[in-house]
Design a protein around this ligand. Structure first.
Ligand code: IMP
Ligand code: MG
Length: 198
C-alpha cells in the first residue's frame, strides 16, 4: 500500500465504482440473501464503522424478516497502516447463540478482522455464519477467510466512500474512489493529511 504516504496531503482520485453500480449490486445481493435465508430470521451484524451505509441500503431491499446488530472493532491504527491487532470497542447487544448470522463488512483486505470475528462468533455458538462484503481486495489477503457475498472486487489501492474512511473522512461519498497523494493541497479543496500513515 504505497499509494498514500505519511505526511503528504491526500485527495479523492478516480472513481472506481459509481453510485448507480453500487445501487444495482446492493439490490442483487439483498435479493440473494432474501432467498437464501427465507424463514430463518438471520441476524445481520454490521461492522462499524465501515459497514454502516452498506447495511442501511442492504436491509431496505431485503424482503424477509431479519434483525440487525452492530459491533465496533478497531484494526487500523492510523489511517491506512495495516495492523493485525484487533480489539472490540463495542460489542453486540444480543446473544447470537443458535442464530443464523451474516457479517456485513465494507471491505475485506488482509482478512485479519474477519478471521478474528469468525472465531469470536463461533465461540458464541452461532448456528451458521456467512460473510457479506461490499468490497473485496483478494490480492491483499494474508489469512484465508471465506467470503460468501461480494459486491465488487477492487485492486490493491486505498479506497474511500460509501462508509469507508481515511482517518474518519470521506465516508459520505456516494461512490467508491481511490485515495491518492495530492501534489499540493489547494485551499478549500476536499483533502486531508496522511499524518501517521506509513
Ligand atoms: P483487514 O483486517 O485487513 O481485512 O481489514 C479490514 C478493515 O480495514 C476494513 O474493515 C476497513 O476498515 C479497513 N480497510 C482496509 N482496506 C481499506 C481501504 O482501502 N479503505 C478504507 N478502509 C480499508
Ligand atoms: Mg477505517
Amino acid at each position: 500500500m504505497d499509494h498514500v504516504r505519511k505526511g503528504r496531503a491526500v485527495q479523492v482520485g478516480r472513481v472506481l465504482i459509481t453510485r448507480e453500480e453500487i445501487e444495482t449490486r446492493v439490490r442483487e445481493i439483498a435479493g440473494q440473501i432474501s432467498s437464501d435465508y427465507a424463514d430463518r430470521n438471520p441476524v445481520l451484524i454490521s461492522l462499524l464503522k465501515g459497514g454502516f451505509i452498506f447495511l442501511a441500503d442492504l436491509v431496505r431491499s431485503i424482503t424477509i424478516p431479519h434483525e440487525v446488530d452492530f459491533i465496533t472493532v478497531h484494526s487500523y491504527r492510523d489511517g491506512i497502516a495495516r495492523s493485525e491487532r484487533i480489539e472490540i470497542l463495542s460489542d453486540l447487544k444480543r446473544s447470537v447463540s443458535d442464530r443464523d448470522v451474516i457479517i456485513i463488512e465494507g471491505i475485506v483486505d488482509t482478512g485479519h478482522t474477519l478471521s478474528f470475528l469468525e472465531r469470536m462468533l463461533e465461540d458464541r455458538c452461532v448456528r451458521s455464519l456467512r460473510v457479506c462484503t461490499l468490497l473485496d481486495k483478494p490480492s491483499c489477503r494474508e489469512i484465508k477467510v471465506p467470503v460468501d457475498y461480494v459486491g465488487f472486487k477492487v485492486p490493491d489501492v486505498f479506497v474511500v466512500g460509501y462508509g469507508l474512511d481515511f482517518m474518519e473522512r470521506f465516508r459520505n461519498l456516494a461512490y467508491i474512489a481511490e485515495l491518492t497523494n495530492a501534489p499540493a493541497a489547494p485551499e478549500g479543496k476536499e483533502s486531508g493529511t496522511a499524518a501517521g500513515a506509513k
